[in-house]
Ligand binder design. Structure first.
Ligand SMILES: CC(C)(COP(=O)(O)OP(=O)(O)OC[C@H]1O[C@@H](n2cnc3c(N)ncnc32)[C@H](O)[C@@H]1OP(=O)(O)O)[C@@H](O)C(=O)NCCC(=O)NCCS
Length: 451
């Protein structure tokens, strides 16, 4: 094996997307590479090569990310991470991700973010879960609204939605921690305004909310499946996305969904963990949270840049110590936070919080190093016997870096006092995942794994 990691040239995009297809288990449609080239920044698009064959993919894109405050910070969103099944556990992901983190540090990006396909992958690289998401089901037999709400809802075509939705989303995202930006290509692709090789025919419906003053303040995209049992409706509506820039839009759009006839249940995923719908109903038990999960993961690259980007509910000072064996974020820092801003500098002062034990997970500032061993290491056979030593050349050794949950907590959770509550969305610890573009890639996400 002759293994190398580097960024790719435009002429290598077809091989790159083919490798991604193998990793995410989907067949790459003809012509997809050409389309995809418009989405990628080649300086951020990494491949692992075995000789001249692409055997690993990883890229990032630059996006604004809303931190508690709300405040905006420019981050690198990692996506399309795959290693060919023939080349797994040789350290190729490690090589690609450390190269990208290094490049990210050079670009001056204080944070990296991603959505993890599997929980155990990214902690070792210093990412930690920072934003949660939730899924819900609504029993329409009992969902009655306390108030009819105000404004109007209008069914529209995709062309109209493409025209109106971006401005609504921008208003929403600026207020909603955990959200990222969406560019014109994202909207065109998601709302089927351009031909994307292999893209499925659009299905479903979309509606806009207008306030009493006629201003578009929200939209919903949904699909329906109709069925019945003994002449009673058992069908479902799936809410793909409900984005509201105001409480009135949120309430009215939910009421619209709950008023759809011939269905018994609404399902919605990637919603805030503290979804407001229950509060709008006479019987809040009509809404069940059916799942809750880690959604956006964050990796701090520049502690001062990250912690001074957000806002804090009350004024306070905290000295923290951070370990980072990759060398990006380690050190001791004094953070001064307040509702209107924050500052963070390196310090020699004693830390209020010190690195904890390896097993203590969340709740402490930093974690000690967990030393890795040289690769390639003999894998274990399923039966427990050691596999034969691999013969190829070892990929350069990476160091393990600790999970960094607590610094993440400082970024998005509540180790420091929470930012002031907005009028209707608590500003921290929410995942309006509809607001977060898909960053994990995957079969029908391959085209969607973009800003
Ligand atoms: C996840 C994936 C990219 C890992 O690539 P890789 O080159 O095998 O990873 P590395 O060899 O650099 O592994 C580094 C470490 O992470 C561990 N690791 C890698 N993937 C893991 C997983 N899915 N679950 C648990 N641990 C994992 C390795 O065991 C290794 O640990 P060690 O250093 O203690 O030995 C690869 O398995 C893959 O392509 N999976 C399918 C697509 C996917 O899920 N991509 C992620 C999208 S978010």
């Amino acid at each position: 094996m002759d293994l190398r990691v580097r960024t790719i040239e435009a002429s290598e995009i077809d091989a790159w997307v083919q490798c991604m297809g193998v990793g995410f288990l989907f067949t790459v449609p003809e012509g997809y590479g050409d389309y995809f080239l418009g989405d990628v920044d080649l300086r951020r698009t990494w491949a692992a090569f075995d000789g001249d064959r692409v055997v690993g993919t990883l890229r990032s894109f630059a996006t604004p990310f809303t931190a508690p405050g709300p405040a905006e910070v420019q981050v690198a969103a990692l996506t399309n991470v795959t290693v060919a099944p023939t080349h797994r556990r040789l350290g190729l992901l490690t090589e690609m991700i450390t190269a990208e983190l290094r490049a990210s540090a050079e670009r001056g990006e204080p944070l990296g973010i991603l959505i993890a396909s599997e929980y155990p992958i990214y902690g070792r690289f210093g990412y930690g879960p920072a934003v949660e998401g939730a899924s819900y089901s609504v029993d329409l037999a009992t969902a009655r609204f306390r108030s009819p709400g105000s404004g109007t809802v209008e069914l529209v075509d995709l062309v109209t939605l493409r025209k109106e939705a971006p401005a609504v989303y921008e208003r929403f995202r600026h207020e909603q921690p955990g959200s990222i930006g969406r560019d014109a290509r994202w909207w065109d692709r998601t709302l089927h305004q351009v031909e994307v090789p292999g893209a499925k025919k659009p299905e479903g419906y979309q509606a806009l909310y207008r306030s009493s003053a006629g201003v578009v303040e929200g939209y919903v995209r949904y699909r329906a499946r109709q069925s019945s049992d003994n002449m009673r409706p058992t069908g479902e509506v799936t809410v793909d996305e409900l984005v509201a820039a105001t409480p009135a839009a949120n309430a009215r759009l939910w009421r619209y969904c709950c008023d759809i006839d011939l269905v018994a249940t609404i399902r919605a995923t990637d919603r805030p963990v503290d979804e407001t719908l229950g509060w709008l109903l006479e019987d809040a038990r009509a809404v069940s949270q059916t799942g809750r999960y880690d959604f956006v993961w964050v990796r701090i690259i520049d502690v001062c840049g990250a912690l001074s980007a957000r806002r804090y509910a009350v004024a306070g000072r905290l000295v923290i110590e951070v370990n980072d064996t990759l060398g990006f974020a380690g050190g001791r820092y004094a953070l001064e936070g307040r509702p209107t801003g924050a500052s963070c500098v390196r310090t020699d002062d004693p830390a209020h919080r010190r690195p904890g034990r390896p097993d203590d997970g969340r709740g402490r500032v930093g974690l000690p190093l967990r030393r890795g061993s040289l690769r390639p290491r003999p894998a274990r056979h399923r039966e427990g016997r050691r596999a034969p030593e691999r013969r190829h050349r070892p990929v350069r050794r990476h160091v393990q870096i600790p999970h960094a949950p607590v610094v993440l907590n400082l970024v998005l959770r509540s180790s420091l006092p929470r930012a002031p509550r907005r009028s209707w969305y608590p500003p921290v610890n929410i995942a309006p995942s509809s607001a977060v573009s898909d960053m994990s890639g995957g079969p029908d996400r391959a085209g969607g794994a973009q800003p």
